[in-house]
Design a protein around this ligand. Structure first.
Ligand code: THU
Length: 140
């Protein structure tokens, strides 16, 4: 299925979400914008912790916000990252843990948009970023 949603709007929401990331340790700010099947956008930023392992990535912040509000069907997530106070210098690919969390909720038509600028981004399927992934169907 081709993308039938406002990609530019979602990309802009991811770039904006970076402003609210909490990154006193790495100073690398990530913003994510998750589009639900209903057409709503949930934004998230990375939230770091003095105990580094307790840090939550931007993608999971957005996904957990949405799921905790009762949303479970998603069309796409846009991700943007770069050093605090600076524009991104590269595309922001999701970490392995976030790809696994996406696997839990992504349908066939789910798209992952890695953002460099408002007009420079790439679109992937989850299968491309997490081939042969482990999901709920494996344990039925
Ligand atoms: N980070 C994300 O928010 N998403 C990713 O997919 C990769 C990493 C965050 C976690 C940490 O706050 C910072 O980037 C540096 O690892």
């Amino acid at each position: 299925m081709e993308t039938e949603f406002d990609i530019a709007g979602l990309v802009g929401a991811a770039l904006e979400a970076r402003d609210r990331a909490y990154t006193p340790y790495s100073h690398y700010t990530v913003g994510a914008a998750l589009l639900t099947a209903e057409g709503d956008i949930y934004q998230g930023g990375n939230i770091e912790n003095a105990s580094y392992g307790a840090t939550n990535c931007a993608e999971r912040t957005a996904i957990f916000k949405a799921v905790s509000e009762g949303r479970r069907r998603f069309r796409a997530i846009a991700i943007a990252g770069g050093m605090e106070g600076q524009e991104p210098v590269d595309y922001a690919y999701p970490c392995g843990i976030c790809r696994q969390v996406m696997k839990e909720f992504a349908g066939e038509d789910f798209r992952i948009i890695v953002v460099k600028t408002a007009t420079d981004y790439k679109v992937y399927t989850l299968e491309e970023l997490l081939p042969h992934g482990f999901g709920g169907s494996s344990i039925q």
